[in-house]
Design a protein around this ligand. Structure first.
Ligand code: DO4
Ligand code: MG
Length: 278
């Protein structure tokens, strides 16, 4: 099952059949003990649509905070160590990769988040900017992972590389985060996104590919429950939250985003998140 957040309300897709849903369901999904059961119980044949509606598709977020995990893939560990070499930050990244406690940081409130087809921004004071394609967990207020979406953790590598204490500025600013196109619901209690699930990043510039890369969820060092468990330790989320699980794809050091670039992140069971750099 997938749930889309359209301008005029939610739409649920269940094995190729589409249903219009009331917007109050959003809150119910993120606060229920059994979000999928709740959703199934309100699907009504009278609300069936012929397909996805021809309306603006918004990011699948309401009042949730977005958090992010970092240095969860070996590739990210290597890249951070390189970018922060002169600031002496190299060993922090090495240590957090293998420490028991993961790196978790605040990424965005919903007003900083954009959906598929919308523009993300690069910072006006950042010179080395990249997208980070990340599988993102949708988590209820009880700490239960009930679905998955695609996240784009826009980052200024020169700012975080200058000093690890600048991380919030490298990560959090207007339109710093893409989420979408939908939430893929974990359909049954024992459903887990297959480890072999691929994450693909394509960046288009002037009609040609400027960068292309691929990884698999199997390369992540941490478990999803482990990450969510640390996030909810001594921390409450009355509206539920999203947790980005880190990047395993890093373009070469000479690459930086430019205005007009098209960023496409595909995780096949969920779809493709497309953002343009404004
Ligand atoms: O530690 C810096 C940020 C790491 C991050 O965003 C990632 O690994 O995805
Ligand atoms: Mg990231």
């Amino acid at each position: 099952m997938k749930i889309y957040n359209y301008r005029n309300g939610l739409v649920c897709e269940d094995v190729g059949v589409f249903y219009r849903m009331d917007s109050w369901l959003w809150h119910t999904l993120f606060t229920s003990d059994d979000p999928v059961g709740k959703l199934r119980s309100v699907l009504n044949v009278e609300d069936r649509l012929h397909g996805l509606p021809n309306e603006e598709l918004l990011s699948p977020i309401d009042k949730q905070e977005v958090w992010a995990a970092g240095v969860t893939y070996f590739k990210s560990r290597e890249a951070r160590m390189e970018e922060s070499q002169t600031a002496g930050g190299g060993s922090f990244y090495d240590r957090v990769y293998s420490a028991e406690r993961p790196e978790l940081f605040f990424k965005a409130t919903s007003h900083r988040v954009v959906g598929t087809g919308q523009n993300v921004r690069i910072r006006s004071d950042g010179k080395w900017n990249v997208p980070e394609p990340e599988l993102t967990l949708a988590i209820t207020s009880h700490g239960k992972i009930f679905g998955y979406t695609i996240g784009n953790d826009m980052s200024s590598r020169d700012i975080e590389g200058e000093n690890p204490l600048y991380l919030p500025q490298a990560k959090v600013y207007d339109k710093c985060c893409g989420l979408g196109p939908c939430i893929l619901l974990a359909d049954s209690p024992d459903y887990k996104l297959a480890k072999e699930t691929e994450i693909e990043l394509d960046i288009w510039r002037g009609g040609v590919t400027a960068f292309s890369g691929k990884t698999s969820v199997a390369n992540i060092k941490r478990g999803f429950e482990e990450l969510a468990g640390f996030l909810f330790r001594d921390n409450s989320f009355p509206n539920g939250c999203f947790l980005m699980t880190g990047t395993g794809i890093v373009p070469p050091n000479e690459f930086t985003l430019q205005r007009g670039d098209e960023i496409r992140i595909t995780i096949a069971p969920i779809g493709t998140l497309v953002n343009f750099v404004e």
